[in-house]
Design a protein around this ligand. Structure first.
Ligand code: HEM
Length: 180
């Protein structure tokens, strides 16, 4: 997983908890580089999961909730770090429909070793977007947070329903967004 995800995660922990908590979770986790991540580096996604589990132990908050919260935070980071993806979009559904074929495609050009999920989308009607997340990694709660971040960014009234098709594994999940 690209280092940008790790650096943003630790920044969120410093902001929402404290720098001491960030140090504690790094110490408690088996990280290859002792928590020294660079945004262009590549690290094993299990390190992120271990840090989340340790943050959950320290904070008493559920791991899935922490990853979802991180997804929302990461979305605002992406808005700042990659403004080019936001210049031509004014609403949520068209933006999300382009994650697979445009945004993540461009990410792959920037970072050829990026490990990206796939999102199949369809619109059963004008007010509904169904996004199906598929990954070898269990980051559906991250996708949920990123989708919530997008809804918030575009300031639209959209309900989100989540259905795990991987029996709770978080690797194959259907997100149904209903605009009202
Ligand atoms: C401008 C917007 C976005 C940018 C620049 C972006 C970029 C990235 C990058 C750099 C990674 C890390 C790749 C790696 O680990 O090697 C990533 C992973 C991921 N992205 Fe995006 N992304 C964006 C929007 C979104 C949105 C809106 C969603 C949800 C619908 C999403 C879902 C995910 C998920 C779930 C992962 C974790 C990998 C996995 O699930 O296997 N991304 N993205």
């Amino acid at each position: 997983m690209k280092g940008v995800v790790f650096t943003e995660f630790l920044e969120m922990v410093e902001d929402k908890f404290s720098p001491e908590v960030a140090d504690k979770i790094i110490e408690a986790s088996h990280t290859e580089t002792g928590g020294a991540y660079t945004s262009v580096g590549t690290y094993h996604h299990a390190e992120l999961i271990e840090m989340v589990v340790n943050l959950s132990k320290i904070s008493g908050l559920d791991s899935a909730l922490l990853i979802k919260t991180f997804g929302e935070y990461l979305f605002s980071s992406f808005v700042k770090l990659y403004p080019e993806f936001f210049t031509n979009t004014t609403s949520c559904f068209p933006f999300l429909e382009l994650i697979d074929n445009h945004v993540h495609c461009e990410v792959r050009k920037l970072y050829p070793d990026a490990e990206l999920p796939t999102f199949k989308t369809h619109k059963p009607n004008n007010n509904t977007l169904v996004m199906t997340y598929h990954s070898e990694r269990p980051f559906a709660p991250l996708a949920e947070g990123l989708i919530c971040g997008a809804i918030c960014y575009f300031q639209e009234k959209i309900d989100l329903k989540i259905s795990d098709l991987s029996g709770g594994e978080n690797t194959h999940v259907e997100f149904t967004l209903s605009a009202h």
